[in-house]
Design a protein. Sequence first.
Length: 467
Amino acid sequence: MEEIRILSPTGVCGSGFLEASFEKALALKPDFIGCDAGSTDPGPSHLGAGHAAFPRDAVRRDLRLILLGARKLRVPLLIGSAGTAGGDVHLEWFCGILKEVAAAESLRFKLALIHAEQDKAYLKKRLRERRIKPLQPAPEFNAAVIDRSERIVGMMGAEPYQRALDAGADVIVAGRSSDTAIFAALPVMRGFPEGIAWHAAKILECGAAAVVNRKTPDCMFAWVRKDHFVVEAPDSELRCTPQSIASHSLYENADPFRLVECSGTLDLTNSRYEAASERSVKVSGSAFIPAARYTVKLEGAEKVGYQSIVIGSVRDPFIIRQIDDWTSRLTTRIHARVKQVYADRLKDGDYFVNIRIYGKNGTMGPLEPVREIRSHELCLLIEVTAPTQEMASSIAAIVRHQGLHLPIPEWSGLITALACPYNPAHLERGAVYRFNVNHVVEPDDPYEMFPMDLYAIDGATQKKAVA
């Protein structure tokens, strides 16, 4: 085989794409379709709480079109990081939608499910064997961290996809995965140079994000060959340039020349970017350096507590001029009142109060280089995190009252400092989570952490059974 054609419908299943673009891409006869379906970008709550970042109806719309396209052409469909975080609960949720679509459309295919959620006993064993290593920066990782994690997933490489393809799977739905592994697996399996395959995969995994004039999430198409690849967006209004494709290596990477995967490192040092047409780019010279030891990155999330927030605005120019002192005094007053109310039932380290000041440094915090406040009003977002939702909301009520009437030296008598748009003033966020793992595992082989299940899906039979 001298060429393999690849279609990426969108950067993430559920974010959308244009049907017209997808139909144009199908007409180019891709050898397979790949689609990422998750990320850590939306934060730890999806891994911790077990829910998806995109609405079910949005995922169903995209998945239906992608699945119908793949089955129409009789080409493999590879989907990774199902349900956003790629744990077992996310895999089950995503596959429920898949089976619903298969039944509605009377589709038949062989389905491979690849699990990425890790058994805690397995992780403890590898920890004892010193085969879990920290990345930088890395939080403390021990058996206690494993126990209190809601779930921990491994980010699989290309090999589990290749095993599923070898088993004859028409559709592969995988848990947490390297985004690029989805698109590199089949080209590498068919003997294409790894540097070329992995670099094309890096561009494809984000859909049309690497175009100059992106207007909406959309499709990207690639022709992978023995010494180069060519990328082009099917939508004729979108344009790839050497600069837009080269600059995409900066996306989500600290090093624009080296991208680390389970099996090695993609090296873009000698990559060459050339215009193949007014809208397409040819890339050559990319290399892949095999790893001395195969590793799998871990992602975990643990519950921090329960949170309530208070949103309020400050427009008084006297308060704005001394906002740092005012919020510092507000925090002191809150802690003092909490101590009065809860005494020894709630110690200082058992709850947290955080104040974000939008209009000053709400986005970047202490990294904000602009020191001068240039607004006539500020928005305060005050977060309260506590062991229970009731406690969080009780402390949020204290926050509201203390902020409402906290005085400043320039004024005498009772003043109103904080304007809250909601009543009650606090909003309950429920359980909140944080990432608690930044480590890699050294497995015996690329498959031991990612068990696979095979199913024969017969939508016509399922439809009759449901009816």
